[in-house]
Design a protein around this ligand. Structure first.
Ligand code: PHE
Length: 343
């Protein structure tokens, strides 16, 4: 026990590496049977002179040891706290792991562009349901029951007799039933056809429908509008070409193509869609539906043009996408190429 005191107790205190070791040392020195305590106790047996000097020495040593123990205790406490803090450190200033960055879908880019072009011409955007009834998808558009477009080949039929709309044209009917002319609208949306897929055919694709109804409307207005569209898409030199075509809900009907001036090679006519003057039968069907809803018929004697075009073809051309199936395959490698694009 005495060794402890001989051995420079202050140095021992300093050498303690933990608070537990320090507590042990404290009791070995100053505890009930600690070395200093027993030395103090043995003072009584010494002669007066010696007792006095030894007593003073031991008491001084005790205060030194106590002070050293307390100081070391405080040091270790700080060290332990620091160690715990650094072990549990959470650096809130570190940048968060990056989220994968998205980008607009190429079809969305083209639809945005088309919206801008038509909104600049004063068109409003309208929408309609993708699950349609036969009346809106076919009958009211002058597509009677025997028409080939109704075949099981082209149409997804639901068990309840409704269909996934095969074009955006039913929104023409819905809009006219709900609104009085004059107006001009475009209708972006998805459409569905029951067909085998290949590089240019998908069972689901996009369309943009256009409809203008007023008192006096001509085929020239239609052509001017579509030329404006072509110029918005392909630049001021673009032209449009009409070819006679048949759609039951327009008369006359046409397919239209835009001349695309390819900066890197030969230009070409790009088939964009179908168009024509709204068929009087469609106006009649709309008025009939209005009457059935207690609304005044207001389409008889009106004139209008309609068109429908496919943003997919524009996107394929513009972004050199060789296969329509890339648009809907959800392959992030395709979409990653369109990061940072769009408005
Ligand atoms: N709805 C037609 C189609 O999907 C396109 C079209 C729209 C044609 C409007 C004429 C007028 O093929």
């Amino acid at each position: 026990m005495d060794d402890l005191l001989q051995d420079d107790p202050l140095e021992r205190v300093q050498a303690c590496a933990s608070r537990a070791a320090l507590a042990e040392l404290r009791s070995a020195l100053l505890g009930r049977s600690g070395s200093l305590t027993s030395q103090l106790r043995s003072l009584g047996s010494l002669p007066t002179e010696l007792r006095r000097s030894q007593g003073a020495r031991l008491n001084a040593l005790r205060s030194q040891i106590e002070a050293a123990l307390d100081a070391r205790e405080a040091e270790l406490q700080v060290a332990e706290q620091e160690q715990r803090l650094s072990a549990e450190a959470l650096d809130l200033t570190l940048p968060a792991p990056p989220l994968p960055r998205g980008g607009p879908h190429p079809i969305s880019c083209v639809l945005d562009e088309l919206r801008d072009i038509f909104q600049a011409m004063g068109y409003r955007i309208a929408e309609g349901p993708e699950v349609e009834d036969e009346l809106h998808n076919f009958d009211a558009l002058n597509i009677p029951a025997h028409h080939p477009a109704r075949d099981l080949q082209d149409t997804f039929w639901l068990k309840d007799g409704r269909v996934l709309r095969t074009h955006t044209s039913p929104v023409q009917v819905r809009y006219m039933v709900a609104h009085e002319p004059p107006f001009k609208i475009v209708v972006p949306g998805k459409v569905y056809r029951y067909e085998a897929t290949d590089a240019t055919h998908e069972a689901m694709f996009h369309q943009l429908e256009g409809l203008l109804v007023a008192d006096q409307v001509s085929m020239a207005d239609l052509k001017g509008t579509l030329r404006e569209l072509a110029r918005g898409l392909f630049g001021p030199a673009a032209e449009v070409r009409f070819q006679p075509s048949y759609y039951p809900f327009v008369e006359p009907g046409a397919d239209f193509a835009a001349w695309w001036e390819n900066p890197k090679g030969p230009g070409k006519w790009l088939e964009l869609g179908g168009a024509g003057m709204v068929h009087p039968q469609v106006f009649a069907a709309v008025d009939q539906l209005r009457v059935a809803q207690g609304k005044a018929p207001c389409y008889q004697g009106k004139m209008g043009f309609a068109f429908g075009l496919g943003p997919n073809r524009i996107a394929m051309l513009r972004y050199a996408i060789p296969d329509i199936r890339h648009f809907y395959a959800n392959d992030p490698r395709v979409l990653a190429q369109f990061r940072g694009m769009g408005s």
